[in-house]
Design a protein around this ligand. Structure first.
Ligand code: SAH
Ligand code: SF4
Ligand code: F3S
Length: 480
């Protein structure tokens, strides 16, 4: 086709498109969307994509589900109690729906994907069930409900990254934002539902990531957290087409260390965080990138799950105790003072008392700054559910978890005490939870710091704070 000749058919279809847009805008205009999120940061980030898709169609958001036309709950399946929380919340929505029968209730996210159409039978008030890769279909699914049907789309995708969608920031302080860099997970940790609820791993193209982060910085945001279930396996390769002009750099693709550098270079005042790092995949190249750039925060979330090699093998984590310790030593060597946090599971199938002790001794070895600690919860369909008996009694799991929690409390406190008397660079996030006379913000190491408000600085700015003292969870100081 001659590119210079106006294309009539194209113009006509554009007019048709404009008319359709007007009609759809009318159809959705002013309808109120309420969305609530559970689970990991990825889910919170997805809700911002969902909001963007619907706001584009003319919806407005509301913070009160009682006056919403569409109520979405973005769900998590990671442990049984996560699902229970969602079911309890749905009961509360039932009350609102009795008052407002036209209200559409939708279940999104991991529980939607796990239970699929079964959800509609189990929870009568639910009208629509949508899996994490099907959010572009939401307007269409809402139409189906408007027509009096129930609607389900739980198709998983190998390509969807929502790269072109500009997320609408929900509940934002205008300073920190999540940016998804990949979706899904290809690791088959035997305890975990995520590969089943989120599908295959895929990386988002780096250009759209850089654009999103740059736009955020230009809007005043000062911290981005790059999200993926396993950021270290981020790998983007361009599609090689004959027509495209490709530089050597393009052909080689972009790995996580290179992506980190690209984001860090946007502006030295943009802090870069990331989560989650997998011990089997975190490379020295990533550690050197963190060490090289002042604005890549010295904080690594490196879930250990267990300190015992036999249990790690049953968990299919594909590293052992020695490998994990070596990675921690590499972090200590390449990024001195780097904070490390972890996830721990207590009472995995067949875990003995000695093996549990090895988790505690691993904690002593690393002295984590922070930890998320859980009792093992068997999830239907996972490898562990199929292969191993969930044979540790609840009371034993509970006692082991308590030992882990107590140890972590001591270590977290110790890590904070080490900062007393030192100066920390803090990004001010807003007033502290307890008082409007204090600001709070995070140190580079991700510790929460509280200090008195002053007219000379405001949220979004960096200040140097001398730490005077600490509680078990917070550093307290003054600007110097
Ligand atoms: N992708 C991340 C973890 C995502 S899930 C990673 O690989 O580390 C977050 C945490 O939930 C996991 O690290 C694990 O500690 C915990 N978890 C996952 N499945 C669980 C289960 N069945 N029972 C208890 N805890 C679980
Ligand atoms: Fe789950 Fe393992 Fe994937 Fe993390 S890496 S999401 S724990 S399967
Ligand atoms: Fe939960 Fe799904 Fe995240 S199961 S932890 S919301 S990926």
């Amino acid at each position: 086709m001659d590119l210079l000749t106006p294309d009539k058919t194209h113009d006509e279809s554009r007019q048709g498109e404009a008319m359709m847009l007007e009609q759809t805008a009318e159809k959705y205009n002013g309808r109120k969307l309420y969305i609530e999120s559970y689970g990991c940061a990825m889910n919170f980030s997805d809700s911002e994509i969902v909001a963007s898709i619907l706001l584009d169609k003319g919806f407005e958001t509301t913070k009160d589900y009682n006056n919403a036309d569409v109520v979405f709950i973005n769900t998590c399946s990671i442990r049984e109690n996560a699902e229970q929380r969602v079911r309890n919340r749905l009961k509360e929505f039932t009350v609102a729906k009795v008052k407002n029968p036209g209200m559409i209730v939708g279940v999104l996210g991991c529980m939607a994907e796990r239970l699929k159409a079964k959800f509609l039978e189990e929870e009568k008030l639910v009208d629509v069930v949508v899996g994490p890769d099907a959010y572009r279909d939401l307007p269409n699914l809402i139409d189906q409900v408007d027509d009096g049907q129930k609607a389900v789309n739980v198709l998983l995708s190998r390509e969807e990254t929502y790269a072109d969608i500009n997320p609408v920031r929900l509940n934002t302080n205008g300073i920190n934002a999540f940016v998804s860099i990949m979706r899904g997970c290809d690791n088959m940790c035997s305890f975990c539902v995520v590969p089943f609820t989120r599908g295959r791993e895929r990386s988002r193209d780096p250009q759209s990531i850089i654009k999103e982060c740059t736009d955020l910085f230009n809007q005043g945001y000062r911290e981005v957290t790059l999200l993926g279930q396993n950021v270290d396996s981020y790998k983007w390769k361009p599609e090689v087409t004959e027509a495209a002009e490709i530089s050597i750099n393009d052909i080689a693709g972009v790995n996580f260390a290179q992506l980190l550098e690209m984001v860090a270079l946007i502006n030295p005042d943009l802090r870069v965080r990331f989560s989650t790092s997998h011990p089997k995949d975190i490379t020295d190249e990533v550690l050197y990138a963190i060490a090289k750039y002042e604005n890549i925060c010295n904080y690594i979330h490196l879930p250990v799950q267990s300190g015992n090699s036999r249990v790690l093998d049953l968990m299919n984590r594909t590293y052992d105790r020695e490998w994990y310790m070596e990675r921690v030593n590499a972090i200590r060597r390449i990024i001195p003072g780097c904070a490390i946090s972890t996830d721990v599971i207590a009472g995995f199938c067949t875990e003995t008392e000695e093996e549990h002790q090895e988790t505690l001794s691993m904690m002593d070895f690393v002295q984590y700054d922070y930890a998320y600690m859980f009792m093992y919860s068997e999830r239907p369909g996972t490898l562990a559910a199929k292969r191993y008996a969930d044979d540790i009694p609840e009371a034993v799991k509970n006692r082991r978890l308590n030992e882990i929690v107590n140890k972590q409390r001591a270590h977290s406190h110790l890590r904070l005490q080490e900062q007393v008397g030192k100066v920390q660079r803090v990004l001010i996030e807003g007033f502290s939870k307890k008082s409007n006379l204090d600001y709070c913000g995070r140190s580079n190491n991700n510790a929460m710091v509280v200090f008195p408000v002053s007219e000379n600085y405001k949220p979004g700015q960096y200040v140097n704070v001398l730490i005077d003292r600490c509680t078990t969870a917070t550093l307290i100081g003054r600007v110097v």
